[in-house]
Design a protein around this ligand. Structure first.
Ligand code: TPP
Ligand code: MG
Length: 749
């Protein structure tokens, strides 16, 4: 009789009883014969997969045992989903995989093929051992670089846009990814997860590409146990939804039946591999022992429902096929079950005493490993090639007119020329986003790049930011250098989990074994005079600044844009950094600084010979001394740099010397530079075009305090508001008058 929950003891007893009751045929069959007539799965292979299924089951039992005395920290298990062992068996071990948190048996099959010790790997995750091979104790994940299993996060479906990106990277002809040319990508997920916006984005993108003739080799596996924690998937919904996706082939199988699952998986894999087209495999499964250790499922499920699931235990299902097929006796299987159980329990005992991460430094080590000297070296090397062996190709790409000979340039022109140089220097670099290709960008920043490098490397995507970033995540993992564009900062927000939850966490949850090199260009910030309103003038970057490890660059002047963009790309290549290059739209085409026609905001494009000397490391500010530079320090960035320089000129005329510091990097902030420059005058005016609350100014002030600054400080910041349309925008944004007033108030002290 069942109690309030299915306990490990229930499951154990039911398995033993059910297997003992099986009757083998009179004759044993040869292990080479099919597990069931007509199946491609042999008895021998099924016995191996059964072993993986047993390990998976005993891992769940061990996790609950560890939890019972507070040594285990994760009890979301795979019991009932062990049929996914057959999916692993139908794939090749070099097919990159992103797994559902119930895909332990899949992991065990792959690890066993690589002579690994999956039980130890997974239990180390459960006890948060620092020796866990992927996350190093930072989380319990399924992942290992040598198994081509990329760890996923707990955010359901968030790995699916990345999976489409992986498939997309594999579809690129001639692109050298880290996987063989005929590899396919696989991603598994739960039934409730298909409703998530990230899942629908991924399903849509896979279908959209298929419709457009792009062949994406992606197998999606829905492990359908009928529930999302306590909420049942409506009867038939999962099948109807997955069946109805244009461009995605659907097939289904009983996930508790190893032979049926294997055959359906093998067929789906063959389709994806041969046709290079996406498919979804819908596996009906059961969830045993509730959602997680503490879940009392009787609160939301009937006893009959729970009992029905128990009757479909996939372990019993495989045992039945093996015994009734004449491949094993009940005794053989119970003996294996016990042996695996003892082995897993012994490993649990061994790992529970292993060291945990013991300092903040250890925890954060993989977040942002930066090797600035190597990044600088990469820039120097690229310069050498651009001036030497690639000079002719470079001249061709620029249509015979080298940018360094074209005279002073705007910010937009400089970024365009730098992107051209980066594309020349890095064959794996890809530029993509909305309207970047044919049109050349809303502001012309990517103009002519398609003509220069072809539509395979400079392409328009569908209109979905989640997909754009997902493509970047997949391409970066594949060894390419994605440079996606987000058309406006305001439109990053509906996709930011792909940056925050996926891109930025991957190195953390893989101890640096997997990286997402990527430079996301984002057009943003306010002050567009002719094109107003919040959505084209978003001035908030808070959501980016608190993402650990993420680099946030804001070039204000053309002279900085080129070296900063090069630094971001070099850091992505060298260290796998995730960089956001935030381009102030209002400065894209700005020419003048002080007077109309002075062209002071323009700058000549640096020739390759000057790239090394002009290199700008991540996290270093630039100071503009004005007048004596002794009375006031203005700490600013973006549009604030131009306003502050104009005010500083005025102050100089009044006899006050100031130093205007362009922070250039908002994450990491150039703390040593800003503290030094603040101390030089003892008076600091922060000119921050982001919002007063949660804006950059708060971080600057905190950096000053942390750095021991003891002088006077004031802050000019935008109001806590969205930006209204038309001239009313000036009411909430910073302006030169406010900066002048702030400066005078400080100078009066
Ligand atoms: C985006 C997101 N929202 C909520 C959760 C909390 N949560 C964890 S698992 C889960 C249910 C997922 O159900 P399903 O996709 O069917 O997978 P299953 O656990 O049944 O295998 C929820 C709501 C989450 N992890 N991610
Ligand atoms: Mg479910």
């Amino acid at each position: 009789m069942l109690g309030r929950v299915t306990t490990p003891q229930n499951l154990d007893e039911r398995f033993r009883d059910a297997v003992s009751a099986l009757t083998p045929p009179a004759d044993r069959r040869s292990p080479d014969e099919p597990l069931r007539d007509g199946s491609a799965l042999t008895g021998a292979r099924a016995l191996e997969l059964f072993d993986a299924q047993l390990i998976s089951r005993h891992l769940d039992l061990a996790a609950r045992w560890l939890r019972s005395f507070n040594e285990g920290f994760y009890t979301i298990g795979s019991s009932g989903h062990e049929g996914n062992a057959a999916v692993a068996a139908a794939l090749r071990n070099d097919d990159p995989a992103l797994l559902h948190y119930r895909s332990a048996a899949f992991y065990c099959v792959r690890a066993a093929a690589a002579d690994g010790d999956p039980a130890r790997d997974i239990l180390r995750g459960v006890v948060a051992s620092a020796r866990e091979p992927m996350a190093g104790g930072r989380h319990k994940v399924f992942g290992r670089a040598d198994l081509q299993i990329i760890p996923t996060t707990s955010t359901v479906a968030s790995h699916l846009p990345r999976a489409v990106g992986l498939g997309f990277a594999l579809s690129l002809k001639g692109a050298e990814t880290r996987w063989p040319e005929d590899a396919i990508a696989v991603a598994s997920f739960g039934d409730a997860s298909i409703n998530h916006a990230s899942a629908t984005a991924a399903l849509n993108a896979a279908g959209w590409y298929d419709h457009s003739g792009v062949r994406i080799p992606l197998l999606l596996v829905c492990e359908d146990n009928g529930l999302g924690i306590s909420v049942p998937s409506p009867e038939g919904w999962v099948a109807e939804m997955l069946r109805s996706r244009p461009g995605i082939r659907y097939s289904a199988a009983d996930g508790s039946d190893l032979a049926a699952t294997y055959d359906a998986a093998a067929e789906a894999v063959a389709f994806v591999r041969e046709q290079r087209r996406p498919a979804v495999l819908h596996l009906s499964m059961v969830r045993l022992m509730g959602h997680a250790g503490a879940d009392a499922e009787i609160a939301y499920r009937s006893r009959e429902d729970i009992a029905r699931d128990l009757d479909r235990d996939p372990l019993t299902g495989t045992a039945k096929l093996l015994v009734e097929g004449g491949f094993a006796t009940p005794d053989d299987l119970i003996k294996s079950y016990d042996e695996v159980g003892w082995r897993v329990r012994k490993i649990a005992e061994e790992v529970l005493g292993e060291p945990k991460l013991a300092s903040a430094a250890e925890v954060v080590a993989p977040l942002a490993p930066r090797r600035p000297l190597r990044a600088a070296h990469t820039v120097t090397e690229a310069a050498g090639r651009a001036a030497g062996p690639d000079a002719a190709a470079r001249s061709r790409a620029f249509g015979g007119k080298l940018p360094e000979q074209a005279g002073p340039m705007t910010l937009a022109q400089t970024i365009n020329a730098t992107l051209t140089d980066v594309m020349l220097a890095t064959p794996g670099a890809l530029i993509f986003g909305e309207d970047v290709s044919r049109k050349g960008g809303v502001y012309g920043v990517t103009k002519n790049l398609r003509d220069r490098f072809g539509p395979e490397r400079v392409f328009d995507t569908l209109l979905d930011e989640t997909t754009i970033l997902g493509l970047g995540l997949g391409a970066g993992l594949g060894g390419l250098l994605p440079i996606p564009e987000i058309q406006y900062l305001a439109y990053l927000h509906n996709a930011e989990d792909q940056l925050r939850g996926e891109a930025a966490t991957l190195s953390f949850f893989s101890s640096g074994a997997f990286r997402n090199p990527m430079v996301v260009r984002v057009a943003g910030l306010a002050f567009q005079e002719s094109f107003g309103g919040h959505f084209h003038n978003d001035n908030s970057v808070a959501v980016l600044r608190d993402v650990p490890g993420l680099v946030l660059a804001v070039p204000a002047r053309p002279a900085d844009a080129a070296p900063m963009l090069r630094s971001c790309l070099a850091s992505a290549v060298v260290d796998g950094s995730v960089c956001v290059f935030l381009e102030p739209i209002a400065l894209y085409h700005t020419r003048d600084l002080y007077q109309p026609g002075d062209n002071e905001w323009l700058a000549p494009y640096p020739a390759p010979a000057d790239w090394a000397t002009g290199h700008v490391p991540i996290g270093r500010a630039r100071t503009y001394p004005v007048g004596s530079a002794q009375d006031l320090t203005i700490l600013t960035f973006g549009n604030g740099v131009r306003m502050s320089l104009r005010v500083a000129a005025q102050l100089a005329a009044e006899g006050y010397g100031s130093r205007v510091v362009d922070l250039r990097w908002l994450s990491p902030l150039p703390t040593s530079d800003l503290v030094r420059e603040a101390a030089a005058t003892g008076r600091v005016l922060i000119v921050d075009e982001t919002r007063r609350s949660g804006g950059v100014g708060e971080g600057i002030l905190a950096a000053l305090v942390d750095g021991g600054f003891v002088g006077a400080a004031r802050r000019i910041a935008s109001a806590d508001s969205f930006i209204p349309l038309g001239p009313a925008a000036q009411q909430v944004l910073i302006g030169e008058d406010a900066i002048t007033l702030g400066a005078h108030a400080l100078l009066a002290r």
